[in-house]
Design a protein. Structure first.
Length: 186
């Protein structure tokens, strides 16, 4: 049966010289009607939905771009703030370091002054103690020398010098002569 249809379709109609490339008029009309209906549906239904979808998508993209720009600005502001805080902290640390150095210098100077004054006080106390010991030694030495001088003088003179005033005068004269001879030797 298929063969019969193919041969029937291949035989030209009687009396008409039809062009096989041009379709029949009813095919053109029905194709045009279908095409118009499809265009109308696409134009009224699909195109607005597609436009709405594209608008939503572009709004979302623009919103994301705006959010990204805002985040970028916030990040830059935070970086500037961090940099400013870091610079301020470094400046403050430098000031603290400098103040500590100055305090250290003051403490060292105060310690040196205190040590110098303490050394001067100790030296003065030592000199006073040495002078006191010298005076004590001189008094003790004078007493011993006086006793020895009175005994020697008594031996030389041949009499005992028991009078304290006279003995003291002899001792003082002897010590004065001794000091004078010592000064002359220097």
């Amino acid at each position: 049966m298929l063969n019969a249809l193919v041969t029937l379709a291949a035989e030209p109609a009687e009396g008409a010289a039809e062009n096989p490339l041009i379709p029949a008029v009813y095919d053109i009309v029905w194709s045009l009607v279908c095409f118009v209906i499809i265009i109308f549906v696409v134009w009224r239904v699909a195109l607005p939905r597609m436009a709405k979808l594209l608008d939503e998508r572009s709004a979302a993209i623009e919103g994301n771009i705006a959010k990204a720009d805002e985040a970028q600005r916030e990040a830059e502001a935070a970086l500037e703030q961090y940099t400013a805080q870091l610079a301020e902290a470094r400046k403050e640390a430098g000031e603290i370091r400098e103040a500590a150095r100055e305090d250290g210098k003051k403490i060292v100077a105060e310690a040196k002054d205190a040590a110098s004054s303490e050394a001067a006080r100790i030296t003065a106390a030592a000199h006073a103690q040495i002078e006191a010991e010298r005076q004590s030694t001189l008094v003790s030495l004078r007493a011993e020398v006086g006793t020895l001088a009175v005994d020697l003088a008594g031996n030389v003179i041949g009499e005992t010098l028991t009078d304290d005033v006279r003995a003291q005068a002899v001792v003082d004269r002897f010590l004065a002569e001794l000091e004078a001879s010592e000064k002359a030797a220097q």
